[in-house]
Ligand binder design. Structure first.
Ligand code: SAH
Length: 364
């Protein structure tokens, strides 16, 4: 059944559900092979590194699942200095990471936006090199904003933007967000980002209480309909100081299955969407020591090593069990490169590694 579906090139909701239901070693092999073949044919099987800096954990939102939500009073709030961000960006540029990601809580005021703009301009200016004359590629993940603001961020030098839909099912979206955070607004932002010219990424959490395979299959169709360029998906992991705390035990018990489902979801996204970039996320690694490498085997082609300064890493806790929290627990770049090599994959250094989909959709 799975083999037949993978050989056809028609993927509707039922076919995607079959992919997501894969549960035997034989089926996992089929998924890995098809995902890798698709990656090679429509994208490139190089693995791109993006250094991720968590810029600030100050947040005006109250997402029910998120550890840095506004109402969590036990969080020690921080914002990095411009120079701290710059230092990490320069390190990335020297090491050959083609791109840099700035993520933060959502703050809408002008002071915050103009600071980000100032930082973007400095990064573009100060990371120019022979291999990257325009400086590092920059991805932003700083939440919902007005179209005008997105335009200013784009003009300041960011060229990719990640904004997860979290779930494309309206009911589920409403179950995990307070009423003032609107599903329509999130979708509008994705359209605005695309209009402004960004390479646009979205994604969902996998294993949200009440989420079904049907929901996840429709998420993939949603990504396709929205013509999305990049995807970041990962397991939902309960944070104890959120309204989802009551699901802690159940979530913990299910993490093994949620991990499995996340890999199937990555494979399904690769097989159906073909030429997008897919990140193998930190959350995958939070619940499995080789989580990110596994993600690569199932069709992911981007890894985002955490470069937030160690002193504030523990304050950017979206979920329990986030890796690299202890002082000195730095991501080892050589280890990462050799584990990529061990998978028979090449690390794409000194290049942006843009999603092919962005250029393919522009040609239509
Ligand atoms: N403020 C930015 C960045 C959000 S954090 C924005 O709104 O886009 C990045 C992602 O972390 C979120 O989109 C969400 O999918 C994920 N996340 C948050 N809490 C999580 C949890 N408990 N388990 C797993 N992923 C979580």
């Amino acid at each position: 059944m799975l083999r037949k579906i993978l050989n056809s090139d028609e993927f509707g909701k039922e076919e995607i559900k079959t992919i997501l239901s894969s549960s035997t070693e034989e089926e996992f092999e089929l998924l890995k092979n098809k995902a890798t073949e698709t990656l090679k044919k429509f994208s490139s099987d190089k693995v791109y590194l993006r250094g991720l800096v968590e810029f600030s954990n100050i947040c005006e939102c109250n997402c029910f699942y998120c550890g840095i939500r506004k109402s969590n009073k036990s969080v020690n709030r921080f914002t990095l200095d411009d120079d701290e961000v710059l230092e990490q960006a320069k390190w990335c540029s020297e090491k050959g990471f083609g791109s840099f990601v700035i993520q933060s809580g959502e703050v809408k005021n002008e002071k915050f936006i103009s600071r980000i703009i100032r930082i973007l301009k400095r990064i573009k200016e100060e990371t120019k090199s022979e291999s990257q004359p325009d400086g590092l590629g920059i991805t932003l993940s700083v939440g919902e904003h007005q179209k005008e603001t997105y335009k200013r961020l784009f003009e300041a030098g960011a060229h990719r933007y990640l904004l997860r839909i979290e779930s494309s099912n309206r009911e589920l979206f409403e179950k995990i967000h307070p009423p003032e955070q609107l599903f329509e607004r999130r979708i509008q932002c994705l359209h605005d980002l695309k209009d402004v010219g960004f390479q646009v990424g979205t994604g969902v959490m996998i294993g949200i209480p009440g989420q079904t395979l049907d929901n996840l299959a429709k998420d993939i169709l949603f990504f396709k309909k929205m013509d999305i360029d990049m995807l970041g998906m990962g397991p939902f992991i309960v944070h104890k100081e959120t309204p989802f705390a009551e699901y802690y035990e159940e979530n913990l018990k299910n993490l093994h299955d949620i991990f499995r489902l996340s890999l199937n979801m990555i494979a399904a996204a690769r097989i159906v969407l073909k030429d997008v970039n897919i990140a193998s996320t930190t959350a995958l690694q939070a619940i499995h020591p080789n989580g990110r490498e596994e993600g690569l085997l199932y069709g992911a082609n981007v890894i985002m090593p955490l470069l937030t300064p160690a002193s504030v890493r523990k304050d950017y806790l979206l979920y329990e069990g986030k890796p690299y929290l202890e002082a000195g627990a730095e991501e080892c770049l050589d280890c990462l490169k050799s584990s990529i090599e061990n998978l028979d994959r090449e690390t794409g250094l000194f290049e942006y590694g843009d999603p092919k989909h962005f250029f393919n959709r522009k040609m239509h």
